[in-house]
Ligand binder design. Structure first.
Ligand code: NAD
Length: 401
């Protein structure tokens, strides 16, 4: 009898939830569990906009992966995955090749610029701690530069996209930039923050009333929205935007692209039928033809509904954690020789923060805004830490202490 080899790729919300649930469900004799992740730490990707705006040090949004693992049951290998050989049942990494009986692919997301000219070269992104820190440093460097250049563009910040990331980032910026201005003796009225969105409306998942609340909040603090204007290029001056079909140059020294994400590029190289790094999964979260390979989190398109009406669930931390726990349960069922179960999503709601003290959201079907939304956001952020790391981690990384 040989212990089954379970290999989990990626320690984001999906991968870490899988492993922490597996170590609860399985005994040492049941399986040989290996977790592979590029960094030795897990980062809270839902807090990155805070780092990018300067309201949180990046170190405060990360914790060592080893801290949440039971090292009797799980082996952690810090390495970068370079290739998945689905038929050979092996995974190549910078630390050697690993074989598996069961594979969980949870490699997360990257920035997607949709081939827009100059975007990868000229815009900052908010996709991992390094890029978030760079975004913050760029803004700060340009503000400092303004003191000698007196070039108004050094105080002009262009944000591409008014999705969740864009709006939450703007919410932090209007809180941190007045402080940055004070530090450097700059008048906040000279700062220009422009958010460019391709669609004629924003945050379609919220009611018009809630969206308007967010727009009013941000506009009152100096943000200018340009809706219905797709960005078609980025260059050393800023964004090129289509206004009434005419290409127009927007100028700003700080340019941040929050308008696109995709699943890991390794997905296209490893599987068929992958779109924007996401593969459609079966209801039990395995992929077609490979009942021992699970795809979860941002690399997966988990369908809600059946047939023509089926739509993928959005890629959020909440769903990623539920996918991870469900995967662990299905792996346990398979080890017991039982049938896997289909995933069902328990939607607890969504909150979009507007800085540390405000926000909008829908929680258990009820609309909330203002302070109660900001409070709920802290509950959600702390819950994610508690769910994966338990009380000990909640005390150090939660948002209430
Ligand atoms: P997104 O894809 O959801 O939003 C991107 C926005 O950019 C869209 O509004 C899109 O219309 C716009 N856009 C795309 N191309 C453009 C162009 N060329 N010019 C101008 N605008 C353009 O990306 P996101 O906000 O990073 O979110 C990614 C995922 O993470 C989503 O599923 C989201 O729900 C989730 N998320 C959730 C939260 C939360 O729950 N609080 C926070 C952040 C992200």
């Amino acid at each position: 009898y040989q212990r089954k080899k379970i290999l989990v790729l990626g320690a984001g919300y999906a991968g870490l939830s899988t492993v922490t649930k597996l170590q609860k469900l399985l005994s040492v004799q049941d399986a040989d569990i290996t977790l592979i992740n590029k960094n030795e730490y897990h980062y809270e990707s839902t807090w990155l906009h805070e780092t990018a705006a300067g309201s949180m040090n990046w170190e405060d949004g990360v914790y060592p992966i080893a801290k949440v693992l039971d090292n009797m049951k799980v082996r952690f290998v810090p390495a970068e995955v370079t290739k998945i050989n689905r038929d050979e049942k092996t995974v190549e990494t910078t630390q050697g090749t690993f074989d598996f009986d069961t594979l969980v692919v949870s490699l997360g997301f990257e920035s997607e610029s949709f081939g827009i000219e100059g975007m990868d070269d000229y815009a900052e992104t908010i996709v991992n701690p390094q890029t978030a820190v760079r975004a913050r440093e760029t803004i700060e460097k340009n503000f400092i530069n303004y003191k000698t250049s007196k070039d108004k563009n050094d105080l002009s910040i262009l944000v591409g996209g008014a999705g969740f990331t864009g709006v939450e980032f703007l919410g932090e910026l209007v809180e941190t930039l007045p402080v940055l201005c004070k530090t450097h003796g700059i008048d906040y009225n000279d700062v220009k923050i422009t958010c460019v969105e391709a669609m004629p409306s924003m945050l379609p998942m919220f009611s018009d009333e809630l969206t308007q609340y967010a727009v009013d909040f941000l506009e009152a603090r100096g943000v200018e929205f340009m809706l219905g204007n797709p960005i078609v290029a980025a260059n050393d001056k800023g964004f090129v935007v289509k206004i009434n079909d005419v290409e127009t140059q927007l100028e700003g020294s700080s340019v941040i692209w929050t308008a696109g994400v995709r699943g890991s590029r390794l997905m296209e190289e490893s599987f068929e039928g992958v779109k924007r790094g996401r593969i459609i999964t079966k209801p039990d979260l395995t992929i077609e033809g490979y009942p021992h390979i699970y795809a979860i989190g941002d690399v997966a398109a988990v369908m809600n509904g059946t047939g023509e009406n089926a739509r993928p669930y959005p890629t959020t931390a909440q769903i990623a954690m539920q996918l991870g726990e469900h995967t662990a349960k299905n792996i346990k069922l398979t080890l017991n020789g039982e049938k896997t179960e289909p995933f069902t999503y328990d939607d607890k709601g969504t909150v979009c923060s507007l800085g540390s003290g405000d926000g909008i959201g829908v929680v258990y079907g009820r609309e909330i805004k203002g302070k109660s939304a900001a409070f709920m956001k802290k509950v959600i952020d702390t819950r994610a830490v508690l769910k994966i790391g338990g009380l000990a981690l909640g005390v150090t990384k939660g948002k209430f202490l």
